[in-house]
Design a protein around this ligand. Structure first.
Ligand code: CU
Length: 340
């Protein structure tokens, strides 16, 4: 066991036993978490071995030999001081490494290769691939505002959102897949529209809460040679289908990822073009309907003024449309303006 602990302390071992229950990390940040975990166990075992040793030593060498009371060590100042100082030293060392690694894990300064917004909702996930992170989009908007001579804090963060290039939405039955590229720095913005979830990829050795009204962020560097499929889940009880909030993480080799990425972008563009076409067609249809209705109102005289209430307006519009004849277009559009 000592040999294994020694190996763990060097941080270069990656076999299952020395990882002490943590899955093989696939990110640089995950390796840091693993090292902290192993270091904490080394410290715990060192204290344990000392305590167990003292217990066994006293059991063997200080058995009851006579009825005489053994020498008492209460109020022995050096020992009392040791009892106080030693735990403080242990806690201070653990605290130092924890604080150091936490700072490192929450760093988002490095420019990311990929920006993903993770939306955790009841009860699945959406992965939105963004053109930049939310923080970057806000910074850009603030810089633009300053260039126009406005104050940076006049910018509404809700308005300064990054652009979504494409996205994947899951359901409890159909888990979504988060696709990542080997060697990439990936920035995650975590967003929840309903309750608190927790975004957990065990292979990152990391999880972070997804909190409504407070977007969290973190980033990871995906290690080389980690291509494969991993599991992810929600780690915060969030309702009846919490256990079905699963997702897959697929790490691809650069070439495969780039091909996949281009495919997703092209599909999203085609979809947007189709949607725009549909919208234009709908708009034209509704304009034509409004025009027809408008011309009827003109003919109907007084009726146009009753349009204030929506329900009434809609029903009268329908009736008018049914019996609509052709009428002057100029009159129709005039009436439309008056109605609004
Ligand atoms: Cu959840």
């Amino acid at each position: 066991m000592l040999a294994a602990l020694g190996l763990a302390a060097t941080g270069c071992a990656s076999n299952e036993f020395t990882r002490l229950g943590v899955p093989e990390p696939i990110t640089e940040q995950g390796q840091r978490v693993l090292a902290l975990w192993q270091g904490s166990w080394v410290a715990a075992f060192a204290v344990g071995i000392l305590v167990w040793g003292l217990i066994i030593w006293s059991i063997i060498f200080h058995r009851k030999r006579s009825e005489q009371l053994p020498p008492q060590v209460r109020y022995n100042m050096p020992i009392e001081a040791l009892y106080t100082v030693l735990p403080i030293v242990v806690i201070a060392v653990l605290f130092y490494f924890t604080a150091r690694d936490q700072t490192y894990l929450l760093e988002t300064d490095e420019k990311a290769d990929t920006n993903v917004e993770v939306v955790g909702f009841q009860w699945s996930w959406e992965f939105k691939y963004l053109d930049q992170s939310k923080a970057e989009a806000l910074e850009e908007a603030e810089a633009a505002a300053e260039a126009e001579g406005k104050e940076a804090d006049e910018v509404d963060p809700e308005e300064a959102q990054p652009e979504t290039l494409f996205s994947e939405v899951g359901t409890p039955d159909q888990m979504p897949t988060l696709v990542l590229r080997e060697g990439d720095v990936v920035h995650f913005d975590l967003h929840s529209p309903d309750v608190i979830h927790s975004f957990w990829v065990p292979a990152f050795a990391f999880k972070m809460d997804v909190i409504p009204g407070h977007d969290n962020e973190f980033q990871v560097k995906v290690n080389e040679g980690t291509a494969g499929t991993y599991m992810g889940r929600c780690a915060e009880l969030c309702g009846v289908d919490h256990t079905r909030m699963l997702f897959k993480v697929e790490v691809m080799e650069p070439e495969a990822y780039d091909a996949w990425y281009a495919e997703q972008e092209a599909a999203a563009e085609a979809e947007a073009a189709a949607a725009a076409e549909q919208e234009a067609a709908d708009e034209q249809a509704s304009e034509e309907a409004a025009e027809a209705a408008g011309s009827e109102q003109q003919d109907g005289g007084q009726q146009g003024r009753d349009e204030e209430e929506d329900a009434q307006g809609a029903s009268s519009e329908e009736e008018q449309q049914d019996g609509s004849d052709s009428a002057g277009q100029a009159e129709g559009s005039q009436n439309e303006e008056a109605g609004h």
